[in-house]
Design a protein around this ligand. Structure first.
Ligand code: GAL
Length: 512
């Protein structure tokens, strides 16, 4: 992390901490106020202007009821053509930062730098090409208009939408994808890095690995229990580290930006705090989710010790001579260690964890961790997502855990949000209450726990294609009327309240 930035936030924190009054707290002056989106979820234009197919195009077009009503992101919020409308929403909120992702296959249609989707580089007849806005130009326009409006772009290189041609060659199960990712990342740093200073390489490698390659519930829909997730995660960690080194070696000096990876995690509470077995199981739940990626990247280049020992023991019991968890070579460990300039956290929910013996005879990653997750029935659940129990205090505990475990890093919350089911009322008073309670917990994390928290991004700017839930689950600060071909955006009450927090000297009252 750049030491000047670090010193400046420390100074802000310590001066503001001395004024701490729980009734009357302000966010630090330089706090980043954001909202986030992802290319496949908002852009549409799935095959427009030379874009290649991604695994999500394939997954949704295959049907088979894996997505709510077999909906697709073919049109989504239409942001590929309606970017100006998104910009109006961003300005209405007064955001200081906007996090969005680049569609890898819009920029590099076959996933490689062999062909770049840019004006003058067109594979169609040149006359038709001249009129097209191609991938590179589209994102250049987004970035430039953000900067012109005083909004800092935070760019995710890869948010679930792997180019299909790379998946056809094994996807994240192949080391070649890690190499292709590094080349793609270098292309993006070279093309946009004069203007983009905050980069996220991969969004939620846990979700890609477990839902994409273990359980097959999300694209590319691969079901390889007990091995798929470990292999995919292994290659994503190497891909991230390679891209960070490329930035460090080739671009950092000139461009002066920061690079990280967005890690999602629940907070885990022991089901019975008096049970040692449950307390250990809660630690394993975190180890098999957050630490799986954070330990190698932030600490020592290797997987958490508890993951290594637990998986090896289960494999032995299942009669396998070697562990299903792959090993990094010592060169790889050196390469992976220390490859993040800040901690990017996506937080949604908390679970209570019970120890559960693994009696399975078949390999399964979820059984390997010997931990069962349950939700406290007293926790409210977001109406649009049955998995999303609302537990704002869990975020504070998770932030403190990251501070204590990962050497007090600078942290950005790169996603947090609450969904409503469709039809979603514009007066989402209860949802704003969840946001307000969450912002209070963030203030406590900053001022009481001393966490170096530098920014907060609401998921999401707009209602959008919520993966397997399609358009039935509404996470937006702005409502999108998907049934209207003009795709109008209208603010929910949460948008109006969030804008007030940002504008009113960044203050959230801590009393009810
Ligand atoms: C995250 C993901 C987002 C969004 C959100 C809400 O896991 O990064 O794309 O879908 O969950 O479910």
């Amino acid at each position: 992390m750049a030491s000047a930035a670090s010193a400046s936030i420390k100074a802000t924190l310590s001066s503001e901490a001395s004024n701490w009054n729980p009734e009357n707290a302000y966010f630090p002056g330089e706090f980043a106020w954001g909202a986030a989106t992802a290319a496949y979820q908002i852009e549409g234009g799935w095959d427009a202007d030379g874009k290649g197919p991604s695994v999500w195009d394939t997954f949704t077009h295959q049907g088979g009821d894996r997505v709510f009503k077999n909906q697709t992101g073919d049109v989504a919020c239409g942001s590929y053509t309606l970017w100006e409308e998104d910009l109006k929403c961003i300005k209405q909120l007064g955001l200081t930062h906007y996090r969005f992702s680049l569609s890898w296959s819009r920029l590099l249609p076959d996933g490689t730098t062999g062909f770049i989707n840019q004006k003058g580089n067109c594979s169609f007849k040149i006359e038709s090409c001249a009129a097209l806005i191609q991938g590179v130009d589209y994102y250049a326009g987004v970035i430039d208009s953000l900067l012109m409006n005083g909004v800092t772009p935070v760019v995710t290189l890869y948010h679930f939408d792997l180019p299909q041609p790379l998946e056809d060659q094994g996807g994240w199960r192949s080391g070649a994808t890690a190499e292709a990712f590094d080349a793609y990342a270098q292309f993006c740093f070279r093309t946009f890095g004069d203007r983009v200073k905050l980069w996220i390489t991969i969004n939620e490698p846990y979700v890609v690995a477990v839902l994409g390659y273990e359980k097959g519930l999300m694209a590319p829909g691969v079901t390889e229990p007990g091995t798929g997730a470990y292999l995919a995660a292994h290659n994503m960690i190497k891909a991230h580290a390679a891209a960070w080194h490329s930035y460090d070696r080739l671009f950092r000096k000139k461009q002066g930006g920061l690079v990280s990876i967005a890690l999602n995690s629940d907070w885990a509470e022991p089901f019975n705090p008096n049970s040692l077995a449950d307390r250990e199981a809660a630690k394993r739940h975190l180890a098999f989710c957050l630490d799986w990626f954070a330990t190698p990247i932030f600490l020592d280049g290797d997987y958490p010790a508890v993951m290594k020992s637990k998986i090896a023991a289960v494999c032995k019991r299942q009669g396998s001579p070697s562990s299903r968890l792959l090993e990094f070579t010592s060169e790889e460990k050196t390469m992976i260690k220390g490859t993040a300039d800040f901690f990017a956290l996506n937080y949604y929910t908390t679970r209570k964890i019970k120890h559960q013996d693994n009696l399975c005879t078949q390999p399964s990653m979820s059984a390997d961790k010997e931990a069962e997750q349950v939700t406290d029935p007293s926790w409210p659940v977001a109406t649009g997502s049955s998995w999303l129990a609302v537990v704002p205090w869990g975020l504070r505990r998770l932030l403190k855990y990251i501070k204590d475990t990962y050497n007090h890093p600078i942290i950005y919350i790169t996603e947090n949000g609450f969904s409503q089911s469709d039809p979603a009322p514009l007066d989402d008073t209860l949802r704003w209450e969840y946001f307000r309670l969450t912002l209070q917990e963030i203030l406590k994390a900053i001022y009481i726990d001393g966490v170096q928290l530098k920014g907060y991004f609401v998921w999401s700017l707009l209602d959008n294609f919520e993966w397997t839930c399609g358009y039935s689950s509404r996470f937006g600060l702005f409502h999108v009327a998907f049934e209207n071909s003009a795709l109008p955006r209208l603010p929910y009450r949460s948008a109006i309240e969030y804008a007030k927090v940002i504008a009113n000297n960044r203050r959230v009252k801590l009393d009810g």
